[in-house]
Design a protein around this ligand. Structure first.
Ligand code: SAM
Length: 198
């Protein structure tokens, strides 16, 4: 179900950004992590980036090699990205990267991979996509986060679980806890995990 593009296209057709539970006022945490761990000229792949403002914020801050991948063509067609941002419509679990990147950024996508098969496929693609020495920065619902989102079952993770999932190809570097507040004021626990590709 998570890999049903029509489900997400419909959400992006029907809702404005302020009606999306995952909308955030600024890109602070992602920008801080990427500035420290993969500053320009590093290449950044925003996995499941949707219509997030991250790509535009990165471009404004000096990154020039930015790609946003998403299952939803509607999200990418209606996103307000600079023309320099590359857009890829794909299911991340089935995607075959044509080149590697320095940074894999995922905010609020991994938790939609609810089955072991989907999660293992995600981990395989991350290993194929991140260059040696590069980073995976993953923000996902934490152990006390919601158990459903956008009408879908989700799977919550601790930082150890994210590190275990990505496995031997990455070394765990750091973890952070964040409480995201939806536009209507509900608090959601997120785990952020940073892993370094061997
Ligand atoms: C909760 S939204 C997060 C959007 C964005 N990362 C942000 O922080 O604003 C989840 C996004 O993941 C995308 N998505 C869901 N399953 C996916 C998959 N299997 N492959 C690629 N994108 C996926 C959805 O289309 C949606 O844009």
């Amino acid at each position: 179900m998570s890999a049903d593009p029509e489900h997400w296209d419909e959400i992006y057709r029907q809702r404005t950004d302020s009606e999306l539970s995952w909308s955030r006022a600024d890109q602070g945490r992602s920008l801080k992590l990427l500035s420290r761990l993969a500053p320009p000229p590093a290449s950044v792949l925003d996995v499941g980036g949707g219509r997030s403002g991250l790509a535009a914020a990165l471009a404004a801050a000096g990154w020039s090699d930015i790609t946003v991948l998403d299952l939803s063509s509607v999200a990418l067609e209606t996103a307000d990205f600079p023309t320099s941002v590359a857009r890829i419509v794909a299911d991340v679990t089935a995607w075959e990267p044509e080149r590697s990147v320095h940074a894999w950024h995922d905010r609020a996508v991994l938790h939609f991979m609810a089955s072991d098969d989907e999660r293992q496929a995600y981990a395989r693609v991350a290993a194929a996509a991140v260059a040696p020495g590069g980073v995976a920065i993953i923000g996902t619902f934490g152990p006390d986060g919601p158990d459903r989102c956008s009408g879908l079952e989700v799977r919550r993770s601790s930082a150890d679980e994210v590190a275990g999932l990505l496995g031997g190809g990455f070394a765990f570097e750091e973890a952070h806890e964040e409480f995201h507040h939806t536009p209507w004021g509900v608090s959601q626990q997120f785990t952020w995990a940073v892993l370094r590709r061997h």
